[in-house]
Design a protein around this ligand. Sequence first.
Ligand code: ADP
Ligand code: MG
Length: 283
Amino acid sequence: MTRTKTTTTTNAVPEPATQAEISVYQQLRHHLAVLKLHAAAEALPGMLERAQGEGWSMTSTLEQLLAVEVEENQARRLAGRLRFASLPTPATLDGFDYDAAPGVDRQLIAELGTCGYLESATNVLLMGPPGTGKTHLAVGLARAAVHAGYRTYVTTAADLAARCHKAAIEGRWATCMRFYAGPTLLVIDELGYLPLPAEAASALFQVVAQRYLKTSIVITTNRSVSEWGEVLGDTTVAAAMLDRLLHRSVVLKLDGDSYRLRDHHARSENHRTAAGTIRRPLQ
Ligand code: ADP
Ligand code: MG
């Protein structure tokens, strides 16, 4: 039995119908409206017609009708989670080129892609120089989490710091902290790119501390763990934060050439070759 979505919007009950049948049908539409099952309400006339025409059982008809609503509901929730997640790029785990990242454990990424780590509130640290795919993998993990049904939010260390700073000024500190405690997965991108003021380091520490052993953080950084004291401007805060982040964690070190520059080098190479081909006949 194929599931087709009807766009019929008439209130007509399939013919022939007695007055009593029409009344029951209208009552049914009313129930669907009260329960806000709008997709099912919209599909109802077409579905009843097909059920009658093809002789579906009552169970089958009900299942088909509610399936329309469930599909709609799931699509709406996924769209909501995607909107909330604020994924900054279209990157996916499937789109990651492992040949370009020799040090990266494909098996481990595939495993992380199944989101099991979220159930044990395990953190993921992606470390490496610029352009090695840290943000790509972090966004890919976030996208996988969204699709698996987890509430996810992606931010940068600088944005998180700025938001906390603003909240502190406006007397909304507790609300801000609750916001960062909420998502099952919080991605904090680009720790270490910009020096953080002491106040930002303490906000970051609080976010990490309140999520500790409860919910996961994926964090990307271009700085080694030994440099975090410098990044956060305070070795004690850095040590306390690392303690919590690393206690239950997967650390992925990305190395090698920048993917961005690799592209750039390849383009330059192409240009050189192209120029060479043009020049050759002149020689
Ligand atoms: P980083 O966050 O480490 O500075 P990015 O993840 O932003 O690097 O990568 C820079 C660009 O190169 C992005 O467009 C990203 O999608 C792409 N990229 C990096 N590494 C890979 C890879 N191994 N496979 C596919 N694309 C990659
Ligand atoms: Mg990045």
